[in-house]
Design a protein around this ligand. Structure first.
Ligand SMILES: C[S@@+](CC[C@H](N)C(=O)[O-])C[C@H]1O[C@@H](n2cnc3c(N)ncnc32)[C@H](O)[C@@H]1O
Length: 281
């Protein structure tokens, strides 16, 4: 992973929230919050909360008595999340690295991390940290994107930028968000950290936008792909966005666009009771 892959700052949080969240994150946020709500946890830790789409879904789906601690490595993402949610006594916000969580052992009933695990350079350590802070009956819930071929906007954007920068293509989307979906590797990392009862569901959703321009803006300017393009010349960001938009238009037309997206939602138990080991999808 490149160092800039985990930098969500500058204009990225705003573009992320405005264009990317409705395009790809919203349906998965409602799905993962519903999974967490089934267990009616009293205290929930959210890791890599970003601009708070899952935090908002948790607030609306969990009992009013549930406390949520929402964390992220990048303060600008959390600032955005805080502003959107406003004052809420149920939520505590904290800057935190998933690989070094600033919390006591066994202090949460659930740990949730939507589309953050791909950014952790030491996943074994991040999994151990998640398990350490869970109570013995606690559950870890996280999601990762499937391969880029099953997430066509991301693939078209990556191909467009390969053509624009043939000698040194920006590969953020393939390398990081879509580069960590081998369920066997994730399972063995979780097992190594002591998790049991591991399951992984393939979950499909639709990604829709009024025109090809919105997904182009979302991926090129609302993710760390922006950092990679700007490193090749700040003036090239608009051209990169236009090229990405044209690639999407060539494939899907210039009007409303609508593609299938796919992710895996993984759940794992801290307890060594029920030590079965299952996987779907
Ligand atoms: C794709 S975003 C997901 C955000 C949010 N969960 C969502 O679904 O919209 C990835 C998030 O991971 C965060 N992140 C990257 N590395 C991290 C780390 N080591 N520890 C905690 N968060 C991290 C980034 O700041 C970013 O907000």
């Amino acid at each position: 992973m490149s160092e800039t892959d985990k930098v969500f700052s500058g204009p990225i949080p705003e573009f992320y929230e405005r264009y990317l969240v409705p395009l790809i994150f919203d349906p998965y946020a409602r799905d993962i919050a519903a999974r967490v709500a089934v267990a009616r946890p009293q205290r929930v830790l959210e890791i890599a909360a970003g601009t708070g789409i899952v935090t908002r879904a948790l607030v609306s789906q969990l009992p009013v008595t549930t406390q949520i601690v929402a964390t992220d490595l990048n303060p600008p993402m959390l600032e955005h999340a805080k502003t959107l949610i406003g004052q809420d006594d149920k939520i505590e916000w904290k800057t935190a690295d998933a690989q070094n969580l600033p919390f006591e052992d066994e202090s949460f009933d659930a740990v949730v991390c939507q589309f953050g695990v791909m950014f952790f350079s030491d996943k074994a350590r991040a999994f151990k940290e998640a398990r350490r802070v869970l109570k013995s009956s606690g559950q870890y819930y996280f999601s990762v994107w499937d391969k880029i071929a099953n997430n066509e906007f991301a693939e078209l954007v990556t191909q467009a930028l390969e053509e624009m920068f043939p000698n040194d293509p920006p590969r953020f989307l393939a390398r990081t968000p879509h580069g960590h979906n081998d369920i066997d590797i994730l399972r063995s990392g979780l097992k190594g950290a002591g998790f049991t009862s591991i399951s992984a569901d393939a979950v499909d959703a639709r990604s829709r936008a009024p025109s090809p321009w919105e997904p182009a803006l979302a991926y090129v300017q609302g993710t760390p792909l922006r950092n990679e393009v700007e490193a090749r010349g700040p003036a090239r960001l608009e051209e990169a966005t236009t090229r990405a938009s044209q690639a999407i238009a060539e494939r899907f037309g210039t009007a409303e666009v609508d593609v299938r997206i796919r992710a895996y939602v993984v759940t794992a138990a801290r307890s060594d009771r029920d030590a079965d080991y299952s996987s779907v999808g």
